[in-house]
Design a protein around this ligand. Sequence first.
Ligand code: GLU
Length: 474
Amino acid sequence: MRVRLAPSPTGTLHIGTARTALFNWLFAKHEQGKFLIRIEDTDKERSKPEYTDNILDGLNWLGLNWDEEPIIQSNQIEQHRTAIKTLLHKGYAYRCFTTEAELDAMREEQKNSGQAPRYDNRHRNLNLEQQEAFKAEGRTAVIRFRIDDSAEITWRDMVRGQMSWKGSDLGGDMVIARRAPANEIGAPLYNLAVVVDDTAMDITHVIRGEDHIANTAKQILLYQALGLSIPNFAHTPLILNAEGRKLSKRDGVTSLSDFRAMGYTAEALANYMTLLGWSVPEGMEERFTIKKAGEMFSFDRVNKAGAKFDWDKLNWLNAQVLHEVPINLLLESIIPLWTEQGWNLPNQLWGKELVELIRPSLILLNDGIDQAKPFFEQPKLEQDGLKQLKIEGAIKALKTLLDLLENKPWDGVDTKQAKSLLSIAADSAGVKKGLIMKSLRAALLGKMQGPDLITTWSLLARIGQDRSRIRACL
Ligand code: GLU
């Protein structure tokens, strides 16, 4: 069992491609097969090495490890050309001399008479004389593969069941090599290249998005003409936006690196992308690792219908991952975000405690910036904090507490001592303990919402920030 992902490096790793990669990987894991990569870089103008790097990097980050060295499609061109020669030789393909202007005129005519645009196969049966005449005119030619209108293409799709396409719905004879001088073979095109490469790579199952269904029909005809064995096919549902349309650049983030930059974890994204189209078997939780999903995966549970992208679910999964991940790993992933802000940890233990403190409110990893900010920078006093400090007795309570601390600064470790200091301060200022606690929160964080007070105080006390913040409020 050998499957492959065949990305074109004409852009960064798209979430749809990542999901296709994931389904290939899951299937390979389940079947103990191999997951391979082929970089389809034959579009020289749009392909860039940095996109290849971005794609491989993204797959790696998601944990979708591949077997064998990635194949680079442009290195295979000679094999593609050989296949084209075979097709020409056997009469399955021919040179089409129709000029771009003639093709435009043909399409225009089709449009005006209400027909679907297609090549009308006008050069399919040119005799030698006609061909020579076109050559003598100096015309260039593309190479087309014959698609008989009467052809009936059928396959059993692993997701969609029995499929059937009519040759007449494939747009006429298909171009398999780009325009070139009439005695040459121009650059081989996608459908031809894929068939040759999938064969060379011994691919047994082609798993890709449903936008490739018509290509599959064309490719099956090529397999047959070349006398090659036809792999199995699975067409996975598209990812849709909230309006039910194919998720596209217009929907904002679609590139895996954007999700990553927003603070989604690889684990949550991989988990979520699996759910985009695959329903978990009965009894299995929706929160899982891809390793676990690989054990359970089958195409029987992949839906035919498009999968709507659900941000709430992704966020929920991301929060679950962040809440469960070992604290050291979480700290390790957050430190670079803090460093970018110019924030340095006084020590590892302090960082660990801070992460432990803020983690329940993290949905995205990047929330760790806002949540940690008051521990690295003096916060500004917000409306609710100000209101708290205006309550009668608040300032007096804080002053009393500060006096106590000036005599005997709290070391930030013994929490019993912190609680007793609060009680003593409340008693001697003649206020309720609740008032002093709320006011201390306002003084330390500038606002009334926030994590556990004693831990917050403890962290600030250990970096010598508690008394200065209280003092600033008086
Ligand atoms: N390069 C094609 C794409 O990125 C590959 C499709 C396929 O898997 O055959 O859409």
